[in-house]
Design a protein around this ligand. Structure first.
Ligand code: AHR
Length: 499
């Protein structure tokens, strides 16, 4: 049997849209050990003078996070932000209902601002639309963004922060469509509350941008009607519409799981259609974009309730090679949908459903870490509309799908580009011609690959570097074309420049 062949056609003029830097964001929730023992652990020898874990901050910087969404998540819908500001010794210990844990409030809004500044990420704050009212949402904007001279701004000053935090991105609630959510509302009630909250928030600071809660996933019985109804009501005061989605290999059917990009694209397509419909129906000149502000693999069944303890081990999934290849495809989808998708936050940045795990003396990086790091550091400029012809692989859930999942970027200002290629085949190497169609003299600078023979392979504390992105020989470009062999179960990245 001959080796399957594929062709990738690129044209640096055939662009989709500028890649929003905010596609490479993270999500940090007061859940399990994300904040406590993850980001913040004053008892650790690895912590700085503020109690921030240095090794975790280094890893977050290394991944190039551009924004961090905080403080939840389901946690948000029972959170009183006033609990988390002011002198630490006066902050209340509370029973936290979303994850049945004990919340000490030793990390709150101001610590989060310092954390974001330390890693160079823009803060994205959530306001409580569950137990919280529109007044408390507006008060938090005043606390964060108003200059000294009014009650909540002066409260911030009295807490040691004279200058406003200038928080630009605001999530108006979390997963309000979910019956599990504290203070859950139907779409019309939520849309009306979100509209009024955003109105007050923008009266305090008209420069902020707001995110409406979309459906919690595409399996919700109210999807996508929830999105349409809430959007129709709140449209003019919203800038983004949120999407949440957790993927998983529930059936232990790796071939189908490795075609997850199809599901991700469908989800975006449906919501993009909803945005267009609502804009037309509302006769609006305003645009709303998508914010995929929770995405990750999550299905391995680790506990999620904390038995009323502090920093319990919750949802500490171990991610393997197939999970990393799903993450790589997800990032490809972000680039392919960059015309409508402007924000994305991986859930979560450390310990909880995360590819980073801490223990007292160290940090473990799962294979997906390396996939994310490559794309977040290299995808710049515009996303390219790549034409792919590839052999097909059979899947139970999706029928025949192309063996390759591909995206590419090109920065016209620097002349630099990147190509991201997943070979989802379980067994076949795919020899691939990469063809630049626009006649420019292009060279491949570097190439990396994350690959293995066993989709279930993981990094462990004993073998932490089993699966990392390794440098491989860069293919030579000859008359606008380069050929490389993509092994099965692999993610390959090429960087290019126009000579
Ligand atoms: O990220 C974990 C949880 O998943 C979040 O709290 C919630 O928004 C989602 O259901």
């Amino acid at each position: 049997m001959s080796t399957p062949k594929a062709q990738i056609y690129l044209d640096t003029h055939r662009t989709i849209a500028p890649i929003s830097p905010l596609l490479f964001g993270g999500f940090a929730e007061h859940m399990g050990r994300c904040v406590y023992e993850g980001m913040y652990d004053p008892d650790s020898p690895l912590a700085d003078e503020r109690g921030f874990r240095r090794d975790v901050m280094d890893a977050l910087r290394d991944q190039g996070y551009t924004t961090i969404r905080y403080p939840g998540g389901n946690f948000l819908s029972g959170y009183n932000w006033l609990d988390g500001v002011g002198p630490k010794e006066q902050r209340p210990r509370r029973r936290e209902l979303a994850w049945q844990s004990l919340e000490t409030n030793q990390f709150g809004t101001n610590e989060f601002m310092e954390y974001c500044a330390a890693i160079g990420a823009a803060p994205m704050l959530g306001v409580n639309m569950g137990t919280g009212d529109i007044q408390s949402a507006a008060d938090l904007v005043e606390y964060c963004n108003a200059p000294a001279g009014s009650y909540f701004a002066d409260l911030r000053v009295s807490h040691g922060y004279r200058d406003p935090h200038k928080v630009h991105y605001w999530c108006v609630g979390n997963e309000m469509d979910g019956p599990w959510q504290m203070g859950h509302l139907d779409a019309a009630a939520y849309g009306s509350k979100a509209l009024e909250a955003a109105k007050m928030m923008k009266l305090h600071d008209p420069t902020i941008e707001t995110v409406l809660c979309g459906s919690s996933n595409d399996r919700m019985p109210t999807y996508p009607e929830w999105d349409r109804v809430a959007l129709e009501i709140a449209w003019e005061h919203m800038d983004y519409h949120s999407m949440h989605y957790y993927a998983g290999n529930h059936e232990n059917d790796t071939a189908s799981y490795l075609a997850s990009a199809l599901l991700f694209e469908q989800f975006v397509d449906t919501l993009e259609g909803t945005l267009r419909y609502v804009k037309a129906k509302n006769r609006s000149k305003h645009d709303v974009y998508l914010s995929w502000d929770e995405w990750q693999v999550w299905y391995k069944g680790d506990p999620v309730m904390g038995d009323w303890t502090e920093a319990p081990h919750l949802a500490e999934e171990m991610y393997n090679l197939e999970d990393a290849l799903v993450v790589a495809q997800w990032l490809n989808v972000f680039l392919r949908k960059s015309h409508v998708l402007k924000i994305a936050c991986v859930a979560q940045v450390v310990n909880v459903i995360s590819w980073l795990h801490t223990r007292k003396d160290g940090l473990l990086k799962h294979p997906s870490y390396y996939a994310f790091k490559l794309v977040s550091n290299l995808a710049r400029g515009d996303a390219l509309d790549v034409l792919v012809t590839a052999p097909l692989v059979e899947t139970k859930q999706h029928g025949a799908v192309p063996a390759l999942d591909v995206s590419a970027s090109f920065d016209a200002e620097t002349g630099q580009g990147a190509i991201f290629l997943v070979n989802r085949s379980l067994s076949e190497t795919v020899v691939t011609d990469v063809v630049w169609q626009d006649g420019q003299a292009v060279a491949v600078d570097k190439a990396w690959q994350l690959a293995g023979s066993d989709p279930k392979e993981v990094n462990t504390w004993e073998t932490p570097d089993q699966l990392v992105a390794r440098a491989i020989a860069a293919p030579t470009v000859d008359e606008g074309s380069a050929t490389l062999a993509l092994p099965p179960l692999s993610f390959t990245v090429l960087t290019t420049h126009v000579a």
